[in-house]
Ligand binder design. Structure first.
Ligand code: PMV
Length: 315
């Protein structure tokens, strides 16, 4: 059977509650953001040419056979082939993405997910979300050392998730839809560096950091109940609480705090940084009729891009 062209894609994501503490075993919640996506297309190539991976946004092209051991794209492809006990096919795999890079929106996990699904599909295999997630988790380790696993989970399942490291991923039931504005500071959020900084803080002051992690985990657990019960009014203050705890952990920044303040000033129910922090995105929970004003305020406060996303109620 000769392989046909295959296309696959994966969404961006935001962490709603629990970033950083999730690395230390506390609960966290994340949701996919479908408006921004990574895509992979795989086409047959002449016999003997092997697999070429083209990252069109990065103007990069690599031949799998010649790629270094630690190249994340090559690692994703090799892990997929090993998992499927398949030999390298003759093909061209082209990746592109509309997910902002280094902004806490899961760009790396989404690109890997699209790649793994695309390559598996090209070889005639439809992998389960859990299988894709596990392969992408291994790739995430190259990107940032000690990932909790939440990014690969929410992106591969493309569902809101309740996540505790080392436990099976739980799909989160959403009792009532809610709207988020995702506002980009324009400053990068280098996940690995910030995660390492938090680790140093934890090594210096374990008792203080553990208390903060516990408090963040408690907020995430309360938020889970609020989301499941459709109690959106309770969710805003929990986002505010989570943001304060992240400030205490040392991962916010003046730009993030400005966006959070601006969103609250414009009537958001709550706001916080999302992802590793220091830069990247703030997220604000808004009533639909307040979204326009909050968008304007966020722009005035320096947001370089605003994405409006709805976390949909289960039907
Ligand atoms: O990729 P980001 O920036 O969304 O950060 C991931 C969230 C962290 O909790 C900071 C790290 C992790 O592995 O969970």
């Amino acid at each position: 059977m000769s392989p046909k062209q295959i296309a696959s894609s994966a969404p961006g994501k935001v962490i709603l509650f629990g970033e950083h503490a999730v690395v230390y075993g506390r609960a966290a919640i994340a949701a996919p953001v479908a408006q921004v996506r990574a895509t992979a297309t795989v086409e047959p190539a002449p016999a003997g040419s092997g697999l070429t991976i083209i990252a069109s946004d990065l103007s990069r092209s690599i031949r799998l056979a010649a790629a270094p051991d630690d190249d994340p794209l090559a690692v994703a492809a090799r892990l997929t082939l090993t998992y499927l006990s398949a030999i390298e096919p003759d093909g061209t795999l082209t990746l592109s993405s509309t997910i902002p890079i280094a902004s806490g929106m899961g760009s790396g996990a989404a690109v890997s997910t699209a790649l793994v699904r695309g390559l598996a599909g090209f070889l005639g295999h439809a992998l389960e979300a859990a299988e894709v997630s596990e392969i992408v988790f291994e790739v995430e380790k190259i990107h940032h050392g000690t990932p909790s696993g939440i990014d690969n989970s929410v992106v591969a399942y493309e569902q809101p998730v309740y996540f505790v490291r080392g436990r099976a991923v739980e799909r989160l039931a959403v009792g009532r839809s809610f709207t988020l504005l995702i506002a980009d500071t324009g400053a990068p959020s280098p996940t690995g560096k910030i995660v390492a900084q938090v680790r140093r803080a934890w090594q210096r002051e374990p008792a203080r950091c553990d208390v903060l992690f516990d408090q963040i985990g408690d907020v995430a657990n309360e938020a889970r109940r609020a989301i499941e019960n459709g109690d959106i009014d309770a969710l805003g203050p929990l986002m505010d609480d989570n943001h304060e705890l992240l400030i205490e952990l040392g991962v916010s920044s003046p730009r993030l705090d400005d966006l959070v303040e601006a969103a609250r000033f414009a009537g958001a129910l709550g706001a916080k940084l999302s992802g590793a922090g220091k830069g990247g995105n703030a997220i604000a929970l808004v009533e639909d009729d307040a979204a326009g004003e909050a968008t304007e305020e966020l722009k005035e406060a320096g947001a370089v891009r605003i994405i409006r996303a709805t976390v949909k109620r289960d039907v």
